[in-house]
Design a protein around this ligand. Sequence first.
Ligand code: NAD
Length: 294
Amino acid sequence: MMKIGFIGLGIMGKPMVKNLLKAGHEVLVYDIIAANVEDVVSAGAKGAASIAEVAKECKLIITMLPNGPQVKEVVLEGGVLENAASGTVVFDMSSIAPGVAQEICAACDKKGIKYLDAPVSGGEPKAIDGTLSVMVGGCENTFNQVREVIGAMAASVVHCGEIGAGSTTKLANQIIVALNISAVSEAFMLCQKAGVSPEKVFDAIKGGLAGSTVMNAKVPMILDGNFKPGFKIDLHIKDLANALETGHQVGSPLPFTAAAMEILQNLRAGGCGQNDHSAIAKYYEKLAGDEIRK
Ligand code: NAD
């Protein structure tokens, strides 16, 4: 079994490490938050004192960090590039802008380090179950070398194309999720105001064409008024900012994404940045002066 480095032990990173441990791998971990390190060390991981230590000891380093600037900080400036042996694979599973992934890859290439961009979908529940969907960009041979290891965390691992292709695929995913939660919130508030039970509406339509994984995951949370993350509004703002920037770069207008972004901005300004993105429902609750509940 392989010794794997893992940097970034947040909501997603912690259960992902635990699934690598379950598959029998040795995992050397690092995070700036000591409590997050302790959590996975108690499950069997080894804590590293620095990023440099992870880079020196592991031929596969997985990163699960908030955004591009943190991945650049860890990989380019924080010690990975400086300390990793040529041939080391850096498998970045954070959701970042495709242009930043290309920039990091170019810097890694110069040192003989193989960088892939490989964000995930599925959220905390699927990270815990080991059934994430992984979308990968970069060298296909390198991808084939690590595919089996990644399979311990995922139900689906798809190579989407050149470096940046994984990140672009994730942006598409995030646009669809944000607009789906917005549509669900708008439609369920209509039912609430019209005096039709949102719970009955959910039961009636979840198996039809409007049904979705998003609806199944988020409507029960909205009906309970439970907005504990899950996936934070602040992170979704980050993803839509990356989507809008990329859309403008490639000449693909994103009018509904822009509207969803302003809803999220309104929620953040109101103090909900750390809520789950199902709190998009709260925006509609404010507009309509009512709550979508059982
Ligand atoms: P999180 O904020 O819970 O975790 C991020 C972790 O990175 C934290 O533990 C933080 O301390 C650590 N970190 C930040 N800067 C660091 C640095 N310089 N060195 C070492 N560690 C550092 O975020 P998360 O929810 O786990 O998400 C991680 C990534 O996965 C994000 O890109 C997010 O968009 C993506 N993602 C999240 C979900 C979800 O449901 N939470 C789903 C799919 C994808």
